[in-house]
Design a protein around this ligand. Structure first.
Ligand SMILES: [Zn+2]
Length: 155
């Protein structure tokens, strides 16, 4: 894929803000997740913290490419699955997950994210956030050690 095509499939070659209206990775996110992110980012900005999006919505084709790259890098599908989901299980493909940087934003989210329903899901992925609306009142659910422990990832 060319870089332009990759971007249309959800690649984020340079981080963008959650307010970006031109990045497919951002604008194709689930509307409720995007709204929560923008509310949180607006409040974080008052603390001098900026959210950057390193990954958001991805097409199934792009997710497959990332998974194949992870298999090459980690040596097996089982090991790759600890880090990258397949297209049919990834919450990124459904627009229901976002990868946030940098470190100040992650710190801010780990402290305040639950107030917006934004929860870290996997202990080994401090950048990966999904919307858990019930977290606003009940707090975020316990994290899975890594995605292989997530029942949604079992096919
Ligand atoms: Zn992610």
């Amino acid at each position: 894929m060319s870089s332009t095509v990759r971007r249309a499939h959800g690649a984020v070659p340079d981080p963008v803000t959650v307010f970006d209206e031109g990045a497919p990775a951002v604008v194709n996110l689930d509307p409720d997740l995007l709204a929560a992110l923008r509310r949180a980012a607006t409040d974080a900005a008052r603390d001098g913290v900026e959210f950057l999006v390193n990954g958001g919505w991805r097409s199934p084709e792009y997710q497959e490419q990332l998974f194949d790259e992870a298999v090459s890098k980690h040596g097996s599908e089982a090991e790759a699955a600890r880090w990258v989901a397949t297209p049919d299980t990834s919450a990124h493909v459904s627009g229901r997950a976002v990868d946030i940087g940098g470190s100040a934003a992650r710190r801010w989210l780990s402290e305040h994210g639950a107030d917006y329903g934004l929860c870290q899901i996997y202990r080994n992925e401090p950048w990966h956030y999904e919307l858990r609306p019930e977290a606003v009142t009940a707090g975020c659910p316990p994290m899975y050690p890594d995605p292989t422990h997530d029942p949604r990832m079992r096919r």
